[in-house]
Design a binder for this molecule. Sequence first.
Ligand code: ATP
Ligand code: MG
Length: 286
Amino acid sequence: METRLKLAIQKSGRLHDDSLNLLKDCGIDLKNGINKLKTEADNFPLEVFFLRDDDIPQYVEDSVADIGIVGENVIYEKNKKVTVSEKLGFGKCRLSVAVGRNEPYSGCQFLANKKIATTYPVLVAKYLKEQKVDAEIHEISGSVEIAPGIGLADAIVDLVSSGSTLFMNGLKEVETIMHSEAVLIRQSKLGLAQQQILEKLLFRIRSVRKARHTKYILLNAPNGKLQEIISLLPGMKSPTVLPLAEPGWSSVHSVVNENDFWEIIEKLKEAGEQGILVVPIEKMIL
Ligand code: ATP
Ligand code: MG
């Protein structure tokens, strides 16, 4: 039987769609049946398990799954023997301390002898120890943000992305304990065949992620302006310049990083460029 790499992803929740989209962008088609516990890829030696995110580190440690996609926060909370292979750039959030909006918070000593509600007792205990603060940790399994309002706790530690949940519950964010994003984890004893499949998958993931941050730019320019324009465009090596059918004109092509994109476009406009075409890149093999 053909060797397949077993991947565990979240069954439903914040990481589910982005995990599936990453596989899709890697050109991996899953058989229908996402509502089931597991499915297979049609065109890549991959089997996919759908699980609760909390359980994924354990399944990977026990080799039930070879690899998994999970938030860093869950790995460090569960403290399992798994290796982080790759950061995936989605599911970004932070684990933060929040207190009532009107509390006179002036530093983490505020938390001394207070009750803190959280679903992350291990990370909170570690943080309090580092800060040399003694407090009571109340582990609850969800809806942490309502705990202060109902008198269950004086403070909470929870995941935050925009902060709107905290705001709506009358809380303010006062400390950040850790930053987190989705990562690909692997078990420590992968066989050679599985290792080779993982290398192929990682190669695809890296190509997709590089491409997501880059754009392809095309523009036409009179030859007299070429040097100025080329000096503004980075390109993978250097920009490509092709002659147009109209004498004295050229087409300039280049690859631009998302972070520099608007700045470069503004400079090109200042240099008098108008007809600039920007195209997404699907994959980038370097
Ligand atoms: P499950 O049913 O699988 O246990 P869950 O309710 O524990 O799901 P989700 O809320 O779907 O988990 O979050 C999954 C992961 O998404 C988190 O562990 C975290 O890494 C990431 N995440 C990103 N932004 C946020 C956020 N604002 N709040 C919570 N989690 C976030
Ligand atoms: Mg969970």
